[in-house]
Every structure is written in structure tokens, then in C-alpha cells.
Design a protein around this ligand. Structure first.
Ligand SMILES: [Zn+2]
Length: 129
């Protein structure tokens, strides 16, 4: 996703019919006809802006996943194999944030790094990978 700033530069003020211009700073472009930026600096500015939102989403997801992992480890630290679902949820556990799903004929396990959990009606069950 692009920021509005870069999106404006792509189509707005620098496309004036005067020949190709840099998508970031608007300087005239010379050389190859498919050139889009005047310098590697402008190219980096454009790409950093383009991927900023994706990185933000990924960082947010990874943060939640890490928090889930530490909550699971904490809740099951004493060797218990299950804990009340409400305890885990009220501690901030986000059940929809996991690495992958393991479907067995009888149940569905969610993997959070090396831990797997299954959400029952009242309890959350844990096992090692
Ligand atoms: Zn430029």
C-alpha cells in the first residue's frame, strides 16, 4: 500500500506532458525510457513508502504472536495441559493469531511457534509440537 504522498507524486504534479519525470522529486528523467526515478535515493524513498504499511501490519502481527507465545508459556509453565479459556482470554490472548493450523480427524490445533493449542468450550489445551 502506498502513502498518499507518493501516490500523488505518481500521477499528479509531475506528469505535466513535459516528458518523463522522477516519481518522487519531479526532476526530469534522462536515459532509458522505462526509468522511473532520478536517483537511487528517490527509488529508496519510493520503495520505503510503498512497503511501510506492509511492514507495519507484519510487525503488529508478529507482536501479537509473540505475546500469545509468552502467555501460553506462562499459563502452562507448571506443566498443566489445559487452562480455563476465560483466564487466557482475559490475560490478552488473541486466539486468531497463530502460525498455522493442524487439522486432525477429531480436532483442530493451532500452532504458535513450538506450542500447539486447541480451544475447547471452556478450556484451552496445550501440547508441544
Ligand atoms: Zn528524484
Amino acid at each position: 500500500m502506498q502513502t498518499k504522498d507518493v501516490a500523488d507524486r505518481q500521477e499528479g504534479p509531475f506528469s505535466d506532458g513535459q516528458g518523463p519525470r522522477c516519481r518522487v522529486c519531479g526532476k526530469p528523467l534522462y536515459g532509458r525510457p522505462d526509468k522511473r526515478f532520478c536517483s537511487s535515493r528517490c527509488k529508496n524513498i519510493f520503495n520505503n513508502s510503498k512497503y511501510r504499511e506492509q511492514r507495519r501490519l507484519l510487525d503488529s502481527f508478529n507482536g501479537t504472536l509473540r505475546a500469545n507465545y509468552f502467555l501460553l508459556r506462562q499459563m502452562f509453565a507448571d506443566g498443566r495441559r489445559h487452562c480455563p479459556k476465560n483466564d487466557l482470554l482475559s490475560a490478552g490472548f488473541a486466539p486468531d493469531c497463530y502460525n498455522s493450523v493442524i487439522v486432525t480427524p477429531l480436532s483442530k490445533w493451532y500452532r504458535c511457534f513450538d506450542l500447539c493449542y486447541r480451544i475447547g468450550f471452556k478450556f484451552v489445551y496445550l501440547r508441544k509440537k
